[in-house]
Ligand binder design. Sequence first.
Ligand code: SR1
Ligand code: MG
Length: 403
Amino acid sequence: MSFQVKSGYTPFTLESVVHFLVHHNFIDPSSPLLVKEIGDGNLNYVFHVQNKATEESWIVKQALPYAKVVGESWPLTLDRSRIESEALIQAHSLVPEFSPVVYLHDSEKAATVMEDLSSHTILRKGLIEGRVYPELARNVGTYLAHTLFFTSDYGLGSAKKKELAKRFSNPDLCGITESLVFSDPFYNAESNSFTEELRPDVEILWEDQDFLTEVASLKHSFLTKGEALIHGDLHTGSLFVTEGSTKVIDPEFAFYGPAGFDVGAFIANITLSILSQEAHRTDEEKDGYLAYLFGVITEVWTVFDSTFRSLWDTYLSEDNRYSRGYLNTHLQSIFVDSIGFAGCKIIRRTIGLAHVEEIETITDPEVKLAVERRALTLGKKLIFNRKNIDSIENYIEMIKEVV
Ligand code: SR1
Ligand code: MG
């Protein structure tokens, strides 16, 4: 398959990314520089450029015209780079403390220059190392409430929401999610990847028609429920953290979708971390660290819920003033969606194309297989029972049943 790019586009090299920054007046051609390609994601190049004299530094993220993780056979629009930069700017306008600063976007080069967050760690890696981030859950809950409320009909008003939605039509990246989260893991697709020993468990999923119907219903919600401008890929690799700071990065999957998809993504990835901890912690460390991670899930929901309620009370849009009493129903529906989407995401990271480091790095094959089995069992339970799980504590109980 071939792909088309704008005439001025070429993937950056260590040299040409410097020319790009000189061209846009970030640096002087004579500056002593340290330039590295640091991207370890599935889709893009990420360069770190530092001026050794002034210690100023920048991140330059450039989209490739195909999915890096698969190769040139999977073309992808470069417009996702514009979407990502606009989503970052939008988030920064709502929650500046949780979003990197965007300095420049160049649509011809499909490149964005943004704040260097090298002092931060990718959350997924921090959780593998057993680090504790005391502010994380409160920050993520606050981020979710503000971004999901203020971009919705209720926070923005329906006319402005529709205006904003025009800029975030994102068919290619939504297509990835539709395939990799909601379709491929649920049949014998070529893109799936799992150890042969897991096949009997996987085939049970593929043959369960009631289960597949529940997944189809969640996919339908993803396809049709344009509630808010969502991040679209809010896993623990999309969060940069220190003890006191949380930054949400990588919103290239942003579009108007179901609010529960972001909440569910975060909860699912903390759950995957929980499931993998027996391989990363000593027996003495394990219980304390699990208690911390259960607390993160509980707190993210309670902070999201209480913040969303107070934003609703204060800022409900004028055109929705007669919907004031709908709040409980709305939050309940976001909760149910979050649990169902979390189930799909736990399953896709276990048997689909893109797995997670906390499970992939388990060296003992028996332990890894046991963790993957538990992930499948839990994912299925969450999808089937999402409408009966009536509180976040109840969700934690479900995880405890399998850990
Ligand atoms: C082909 S991209 C694979 C995955 O990486 C991203 O982080 C998204 O989760 C996507 O599904
Ligand atoms: Mg990403």
